[in-house]
Design a protein around this ligand. Structure first.
Ligand code: NAP
Length: 310
């Protein structure tokens, strides 16, 4: 099947691109590995997306974006992209289910949570170690848990987990958090938070289930055992750009380089959202980039077809 635009990824950036491409009459296919929504599906409350005076639930917001896109004549497919090739005019996208072609490509594959890489992390994943507060918080009602990280994800998740846990041992490698101040304050002032500054997780231990963590003070080298039933790991994200690294330019961390119109180094290919090198990773920035990427992809397609509006 020949498409005008193939969008890879269906988080807020990909879904917004789909809405704009569909409304512009582009024959569009959206391919996503998981159900549409991206990381926002794992976010309980979003307080900084404009238009909601209190807050909005992540799944509710992205499910509405998906519904809006599905009203248009767009194809959606849930499959894994294995390879993308640049052809003479356009792209060939090889997936786990087949091959698709398009004149233009929009990459909106986002980013994934990074692992801590310490002893016990892999062994106890799903048995105490978690990367999703929304999914697993109820399992830790009235229990002691640890959480590692100092960015926005860490404090947003901590704020949610504090509604369930009896104690939250918050471990951060420096003497200050990098997260938004208002959220920091909320978490640090909660009586259930025990803060470990300048500290790292040395080991996660247990038998059948996780039973505790070893926390090391990086200033004096002292290690203490803290008994807890779970640990939530939020130490940053990595760009989901492996399938594209051979065909376009990324920075040293794998984030895709674009110009201000979301154009990548590869003609006809655009990138938007968290997979892109940029300053601010937010749903509000992702949707603007998705709209821009779709508009520029549309112009590119119309020029190729010789129907560009002059
Ligand atoms: P991030 O901003 O990169 O923060 C990662 C945190 O983990 C940092 O505090 C970092 O410490 C720490 N860290 C990194 N590697 C570590 C390791 N090996 N061991 C221990 N600690 C480690 O990542 P994020 O919080 O996932 O956020 C990703 C992006 O999404 C950011 O741009 C963020 O603003 C955005 N975001 C926004 C919202 C929102 O506004 N609603 C919510 C979530 C995420 P250092 O501070 O020492 O570097």
């Amino acid at each position: 099947m020949q498409y005008d635009i193939i969008i890879i990824g269906a988080g807020p950036a990909g879904l917004t691109a789909a809405i704009y491409a569909g409304r512009a009459g582009m024959k569009t296919l959206v391919i996503s590995e998981a159900i549409p929504g991206g990381q926002a599906m794992l976010t309980e409350e979003i307080e900084n997306y404009p238009g909601f005076s209190s807050s909005v639930k992540g799944p509710e917001l992205v499910e509405n974006m998906h519904k809006q896109a599905k009203k248009l004549e767009i194809d959606f497919s849930c499959e894994m992209v294995k390879e993308v090739l640049k052809k003479d005019k356009g792209f060939s996208v090889k997936t786990s289910k087949g091959n698709f072609s398009s004149l233009s490509l929009i990459i909106a594959t986002g980013a994934s949570y990074r692992k801590l890489g310490v002893k016990g992390e892999e062994e106890f994943t799903g048995r105490g170690v978690s990367y999703c507060g929304v999914c697993d918080a109820p399992l830790f009602k009235n229990k002691e848990i640890a959480l590692v990280g100092g960015g926005d994800t860490a404090v947003y998740e901590a704020s949610h987990l504090l509604k369930f846990a009896s104690t939250l041992h918050l471990v951060h490698r420096r003497d200050r958090l990098r997260a938004t101040k208002i959220m920091q304050k909320r978490v640090l002032e909660d009586k259930k938070t025990v803060m470990y500054w300048n500290s790292v997780i040395e080991e996660i231990y247990g038998s059948k289930l996780m039973e505790g963590v070893k926390i090391k003070d990086v200033k004096n080298g002292k290690i203490q055992n803290v008994a807890c039933k779970g640990i939530f790991v939020f130490v940053g994200i990595d760009a989901n750009s492996n399938a594209f690294k051979n065909i376009l330019k990324t920075d040293e961390k794998g984030y895709i380089l674009t110009d201000e119109n979301m154009k990548t180094s590869l003609e006809g290919a655009y990138a938007c959202g968290d997979v892109r090198k940029k300053l601010l990773r937010q749903i509000s920035t992702a949707v603007g980039e998705g709209a821009t990427a779709a508009f520029c992809a549309q112009q590119y397609v119309e020029e190729l077809k010789g129907i560009a509006y002059k």
